[in-house]
Design a binder for this molecule. Structure first.
Ligand SMILES: *Cc1c(COP(=O)(O)O)cnc(C)c1O
Length: 383
């Protein structure tokens, strides 16, 4: 929902741009923080969802740590004031340069995704005379019959270490004097709205942590990753996630032993609703079977619909609420996939109308590209 004053302001601005509501962001962060802190849970913000400076500042101020997936994200987190001791570094392909920089920064932990990566981190740590704290990212490989939510089932994928490789992991850890094993890490997917997924994850973590302890490896940190989904269909009526219910699932089902910390890595759930992509209609093209609204924003500003067939609520801010027309809403990029959605119900629209594409705060601006030598998309903030 936008006020008339905001729409009037948008009229004065060059489009497209991301419009940030930092008050909504703050409200979201506060609710998340309060729901987590009552159980002593630690939240690390997954920077890859949105590394806009103002977003990072807000995350750091509320007291969250940083979950990074590249050396530059580690640098950005530290530059924005996140304590080095609250930075974790995940990712299947950490380069030597990135590992060395993270070792120099004495980050909290490397979330490791292969046996070879453990060996490399150990070698680089030896060369620096340092000890690297590591957690093992485990692919929970949940049986598809009992846990049908994980479509990958027992299949292998590039993320994480499979359970049948854990014996090798323990051998490697035993032989690596410059690695300190601190715990286990999981991240089962994204945009998860079915809380049973998290319940099943808890049950699997309980089994796996027992396995480690039976083999003589104490676990200090249980990192259950992120993945909490948001309501892309109702950005106004459901603007803040139900963090209470989410954390309560872990409270109810995750076995936490004396002295253990529970870590979360939320990205989307914290930032998705705080930004809208605002664009203008350049042209209305009436075809025989279809009408097209051609916007001045496309896949170069927001690629989620084209990349994952993701749904975003689309509104015409210049016209009333009567949805009397149907359009395919497309961008200007020279690709036929450059379409935000087909058959969108909208008011009768015309050149110059402002079009809002909602819930664009996560995996939006960060995936913007310069394809077609487009201008870099701008950010605008609510006053
Ligand atoms: C992307 C990612 C996250 C955040 O996922 P969301 O779905 O945005 O919450 C957390 N942990 C890891 C390891 C990730 O790669």
């Amino acid at each position: 929902m936008f006020t008339q004053t905001q729409v009037d302001r948008f009229q004065q601005l060059e489009t497209p741009f991301y419009f940030y509501d930092l008050n909504l962001l703050q409200q979201t962060l506060n609710e998340c923080y309060e729901a987590a802190v009552q159980y002593n849970y630690h939240v690390h913000y997954a920077l890859k969802a949105n590394f806009n400076t103002k977003v990072l500042e807000a995350m750091q101020k509320v007291g969250f740590g940083a979950d990074c997936v590249s050396g530059n994200e580690v640098k950005a987190a530290i530059a924005h004031g996140f304590a080095n001791s609250k930075v974790v570094f995940a990712g299947v392909g950490k380069s030597d340069k990135e590992i060395n920089a993270a070792l120099d920064a004495d980050i909290f932990c490397f979330n490791c995704e292969s046996v070879q990566e453990l060996q490399v981190i150990n070698e680089l740590a030896v060369a620096k005379g340092k000890t690297a704290r590591v957690a093992i990212r485990i692919n929970p490989n949940v049986d598809a019959h009992t846990h049908h939510y994980i479509t990958t089932g027992l299949e292998e994928n590039k993320f994480g270490i499979n359970t049948w490789q854990l014996e090798d992991v323990l051998e490697t850890l035993k032989g690596s004097n410059n690695l300190e094993f601190i715990g286990v890490h999981f991240h089962v997917g994204s945009q998860i709205l079915n809380m049973d997924v998290f319940k099943n994850l808890c049950l699997r973590v309980n089994e796996l942590q027992d396995w480690f302890e039976e083999h003589g490896f104490a676990i200090k940190v249980l990192n259950v990753g992120g993945g909490l989904g948001v309501d892309y269909y109702h950005p106004d009526t459901n603007a803040v996630c139900d963090f209470k219910t989410y954390f309560k699932i872990f409270r109810d089902f995750l076995k936490v032993k004396q002295g253990q910390e529970v870590h979360f890595e939320l990205g989307r759930a914290l930032v998705a609703q705080c930004a809208t992509l605002v664009s203008r209609v350049l042209y209305v093209k009436n075809g025989q079977k279809k009408n097209f609204l051609i916007l001045d924003a496309g896949m170069t500003e927001l690629i989620r619909p084209m990349l994952y067939q993701a749904y975003h609520h689309i509104q015409n801010l210049s016209k009333g609420e009567q949805l009397t027309a149907t359009y395919d809403v497309v961008g200007p990029i020279c690709e036929s996939t450059d379409c935000f959605r087909t058959d969108v119900q909208l008011p009768e629209s015309q050149r110059g109308d402002l079009i809002a594409i909602r819930t664009a705060g996560a995996y939006g601006e960060v995936m913007a590209s310069g394809y077609n030598l487009r201008d870099r998309v701008q950010s605008v903030y609510a006053e």
